[in-house]
Design a protein around this ligand. Sequence first.
Ligand SMILES: [Zn+2]
Length: 116
Amino acid sequence: MRFSAIFAVFTLISFLLISCVPPEEEPDLTTEEKISQINEWLPDLKMELAMDDKYACCLQEGCNECILAHGSCPCYNNLQAGDPVCGECYVGWQQGKGIDNDFTKDDVKLDTEHAH
Ligand SMILES: [Zn+2]
């Protein structure tokens, strides 16, 4: 009696373990889910890149244009050097979202010949 109870528990545990194995393929996400996933990742990504000195943006929220295009953002350094910034940063400054009070929107130049 006791043995079969232990056996039943063991069977139950192994069944649970097997059912916990993750499926091989990621479930298909809807477009909405993908977008919310990206929006969840972006702030973390910006933080990680910033700690690696690869992300120095001049906007309060930090631009997405540079991160998606080349995985880093030099816009704040560009701003300080008097060089043009990316389109998103330029527009952000025109909307008063710049991060540095030493500059005004008129100091910000748009990078119209963005090339890598
Ligand atoms: Zn930028």
